[in-house]
Ligand binder design. Structure first.
Ligand code: NAD
Ligand code: 3PG
Length: 526
């Protein structure tokens, strides 16, 4: 059957041309409402999008034939990845095609802020000739604070260094070697806030980065700082930014992205010193040609040949290995995710051991899946293909060990993370050669299915704890799905892995932390 692709956002015509050349039927239908899209999506095997189309679980419920979603760009926060994965839909992006263009937009906004270009233009064209009103600042010798030094952040850094700025960066995954190579100084966030004359954001929007420039953080900035956001809305508290502009704490702010898009109204609009563009970071001819060609080639390869490139939710695999490796990769990714969520930026290296039946398999995809799970906690563009490269760039020491002998389990994957405070190890097996199960968490035997929303709780083993935990969750309206317990020794440190039906908010986590005997609570999501 001839595959059919729907292009539902405005895309360079080369995308459609490639699909047609490769024998794929393609329709370009943009500007549809979610209901209109839901009514037609069932006819397509591929969906090519930018950021306007929202590939929600509801839309995907109607996508009965969809096999692949291709994002012509970087951010996939408009795609419900778990929902796509659950429906067996591969989600691909083009991680590098628009990076230069977006970095250039950040630099353009930095210049616009420094010289108040939009206001000066409006005033001049209004016939005012206000030469004395627009006193600017030089960029030379100023300090640029980068929050996020990945693909785009590092290009911004190189351009800023060319402008003779000093660049400091906050990025927990920036290795000292990479910082040296980029010619920038790695600092903590507080230090960056204190020192930067300009701050530019280049992180994905994650639970860790949401509101990274909060009211409190803005209050700790150098007075008169200028702020640029070409990454994602939600990284800055927009109400606090408005107040900081009004008070003069922040001298200027340029946003390309907003918490709610399209941003047709905002308290920031009209504020002196505020500049905005309508999510134009990737909007150059060159970038749009790059991402259109890449997405069409990748999607065609997948639909016609089964080749997988730049997939967010699926490893690259040959057709023969795939069926046997698939459950191992699911297990490995869950173990990596577990370590990433519990240990955060403490991980300096990982050792991936396969034991028993697992030792007979190609270990690379298993390692790739561990790294994708681990690094995916911090960056949305990580996948099986780029996770090992990203890990290397960040100086993560990765070891692979193979034990052919069987231990307590017929097959086992063990992942040991090295951290500044010592090694932390998790291990899992496959039940019935297909169902991933955690069997060891940091030296405590716990048998658990890592799925959905969970809580990792460390507490003092004492009578009454489980009751008080259940009550606290019940009072918060959170239903417990499964409860898995383990302990080092009676009366010693105990571990609970609790599966819950809903996400647990930071407020509920704080309430659980306050329960007697609780040492640590980490919300997990798989
Ligand atoms: N405005 C636009 O049109 C436009 C265009 C392209 C990309 N983007 C967005 O720009 C952002 C960056 O893209 P990229 O390609 O550079 O991504 P990337 O994954 O290459 O880099 C992201 C960086 O953020 C760092 N990071 C993660 N968590 C962090 C934290 N808590 N604190 C500090 N740093 C943290 C990561 O370590 C990584 O180095 C993404 O959100 C992407 O969607 C926007
Ligand atoms: O993540 C991205 O690639 C950018 O936000 C670009 O979005 P766009 O394709 O809608 O311009």
């Amino acid at each position: 059957m001839t595959p059919r692709v729907l292009i539902s956002d405005k895309m360079d015509p080369r995308a459609a041309a490639i699909f047609r050349e490769r024998g794929i039927e393609v329709d370009e239908i943009t500007g549809k409402t979610p209901d209109e899209l839901a009514a037609i999506i069932g006819d397509y095997h591929g969906l090519a999008i930018r950021s306007s189309t929202k590939a929600t679980a509801r839309l995907l419920d109607h996508a009965t034939n969809l096999k692949v979603i291709g994002r012509a760009g970087i951010g996939v926060d408009n795609v419900d990845i778990p929902a796509a994965t659950a429906r067996g839909i591969v989600v691909m992006n083009t991680p590098f095609g628009n990076s230069i263009t977006t970095a250039e937009h950040a630099i353009a906004l930095m210049f616009a802020l420094a010289r108040q270009l939009p206001e000066a233009d409006a005033s001049t064209q209004a016939g005012k000739w206000e030469k004395n009103r627009f006193m600017g600042v030089e960029l030379t010798a100023k300090t640029l604070g980068l929050i996020g030094a990945g693909n785009i952040g590092s290009i911004v850094a190189s351009r800023a260094l060319g402008l003779k700025m000093k660049v400091v960066a906050f990025d927990p995954f920036l290795s000292p070697e990479r910082a040296l190579e980029l010619g920038i100084e790695k600092v903590e966030l507080d230090e960056l806030l204190k020192r930067a004359d300009f701050i530019t954001l280049h992180t994905p929007l994650t639970d860790q980065t949401r509101g990274i420039l909060s009211r409190e953080a803005l209050a700790r900035t150098k007075k008169g700082v200028r702020i640029i956001n070409c990454a994602r809305g939600g990284l800055i508290d927009e109400a606090a930014l408005k107040d900081a502009l009004d008070s003069g704490q922040v001298a200027g702010a340029a946003l390309d992205v907003f918490e709610t898009e399209p941003a047709t109204a905002s308290p920031l609009f009209g504020t002196p010193g505020f500049i905005s563009t309508p999510h134009l970071g990737a909007s150059t001819t060159e970038a749009q040609v790059n991402v259109a060609i890449q997405v069409a080639e990748q999607m065609s390869d997948f639909l016609l040949l089964g080749g997988v490139t730049n997939a967010i939710n699926m490893p690259s695999l040959s057709a023969e290995e795939a069926p046997r490796l698939k459950p191992y990769m699911a297990l490995a990714e869950k173990l990596g995710k577990l370590l990433g969520q519990v240990l955060g930026d403490q991980v300096r290296g990982v050792s991936i051991e396969v034991e028993g039946a697992a030792a007979a398999l190609n270990q690379k995809p298993i390692t790739g899946a561990v790294l994708a799970g681990l690094m995916g906690t911090y960056s949305q563009t990580v996948n099986m293909v780029n996770a090992p490269i990203l890990a290397k760039e960040r100086g993560l020491d990765v070891k692979e060990v193979r034990h052919e002998r069987e231990g307590d389990y017929h097959t086992l994957v063990r992942v040991t993370a090295s951290t500044p405070t010592g090694d932390r190890c998790v291990a899992g097996t496959l039940f019935g050669n297909s169902a991933p199960r955690l069997v060891d968490i940091f030296g405590v035997a716990v048998e658990a299915d890592l799925a959905g929303h969970m809580l990792y709780i460390v507490n003092n083993d004492a009578p009454g704890f489980i009751g008080s935990l259940g009550t606290a969750l019940g009072e918060a309206g959170i239903n417990i799905a499964t409860f898995n317990l383990g302990r080092r020794a009676a009366g010693g440190e105990a571990v609970a892995l609790v599966a819950v039906d809903d996400p647990v908010t930071p407020e509920v986590v704080a309430r659980l932390c306050a329960l007697e005997g609780v040492r640590e609570v980490v919300p997990l999501s798989f």
